[in-house]
Design a protein around this ligand. Structure first.
Ligand code: SF4
Length: 164
């Protein structure tokens, strides 16, 4: 619900649910998305975890897993890349068990296909993983926007005091 404004958004949403929805949490993706501070990622997570609705969660873990297994070189922060990853995530989603599927792929990314030192030697996708078979694990996923490095200069003054 927005990292820095989480508390304000929570209170606003609680009031809205109480006043407008008779205290009942909305149960469709579209209505969840209307709540303050909730974007597509959180709406998909709530819809699938709480209501078993077929919406694929695409977070950093999922981007990484899909990029590596399928060898996708589109930038995950580009418009075309996001579209491609979202479409693929939806295609792969287990429509009968979306909540469990979403949780599983996120956990897999967090514990096996990790950003640094992924556990490829024991990974069940090893034989089919494009990144692994083509030795590109460390090159995927691709990001368009690089972290901007800035040079900063600081001036320090040091005082020393004699202790008697
Ligand atoms: S083989 Fe390595 S890169 Fe490929 S899915 Fe498994 S952990 Fe990720």
């Amino acid at each position: 619900m927005g990292y820095y404004s989480r508390c304000r958004n929570l209170i606003a949403t609680a009031k809205l649910i109480n006043n407008e929805y008779a205290g009942i949490f909305p149960n469709t993706y579209e209505s969840i998305l209307q709540l303050k501070g909730i974007g597509p990622y959180t709406a998909s997570a709530i819809a699938s975890f709480a209501f078993n609705l077929p919406h694929a969660v695409v977070d950093g873990n999922v981007f990484r897993v899909l990029a590596r297994i399928f060898g996708i070189t589109d930038a995950i922060d580009s418009t075309t890349g996001k579209k491609k990853f979202n479409l693929l995530a939806y295609e792969l989603l287990d429509k009968k068990h979306p909540g469990k599927y979403n949780q599983a792929i996120m956990d897999f990314g967090a514990t096996v296909c990790k950003p640094v030192l992924p556990l490829c030697s024991t990974c069940i996708f090893q034989k089919h993983c494009v990144a692994y078979t083509q030795n590109k694990v460390n090159q995927l996923p691709v990001k368009e926007k690089k972290i901007r490095q800035r040079s900063r200069f600081f001036i320090f003054s040091l005082y020393s005091m004699a202790v008697k």
